[in-house]
Write a protein that binds this ligand. Sequence first.
Ligand SMILES: *Cc1c(COP(=O)(O)O)cnc(C)c1O
Length: 233
Amino acid sequence: MSLGDRIRKVNERVEAACQRSGRAREDVNIIAVTKYVSVSAMSAVLDSGFLHVGENRWQQAEEKWKQLGHRGIWHYIGNLQTNKVKDVVGKFQYIHSLDRLSLANELEKKAADLDLTVKAFVQVNISGEESKHGLEPDQAAAFLKDISGLKHVHVIGLMTMAPHVDDPELTRPVFRGLRELRDELDGQAFTPEPLKELSMGMSNDFEVAVEEGATWLRLGSILVGKEEDEAWV
Ligand SMILES: *Cc1c(COP(=O)(O)O)cnc(C)c1O
């Protein structure tokens, strides 16, 4: 399938999921996750009209950034080591994996140095899988309170990853759990700005995520694909 066909298919499915759940299509943003593809393929994704792009490792993103950093809005979606913060702040406007105080403090320091603000999602491990990063749900309130004084790190929402399962329906409780936690935390107003965004839903489960309130989908294989696929562009 070509890139254009994949984009059309995904858009149709997102649209249908919005209709099923009574949501407005414009409330659901798509991040094209380009981690599986080369610089030239990423360039084609940007040409196709995607503004938001996501990468999960600085080492892999670096060459793409050098060539394409002036285009698009970049999202850092992977686990972020504190010693990599200096590489990503100023390049990635959104960080989806804020999960500890030391990371928040380092982001604050680097963002303050550059006189900019970083938009952050607090990653929460709703599924409880040991392999997943993120705070325990019951740690999230205290964490938000701890970092509420940071001037250059704006927490705008929560992020989670669902377990990879054959039947996407089984991910629903995870996405619903993140939405309920977001509502609860937003009601307690720990963050200076409303806690509005939900970064959840990947290739395998994005329709369920939309139905449960996702505002940012992170789509790699189903949308951007992998270049070994035939007729990539
Ligand atoms: C790779 C990745 C994605 C996209 O995965 P697909 O299943 O290929 O859509 C989304 N989120 C994170 C954190 C990732 O690392």
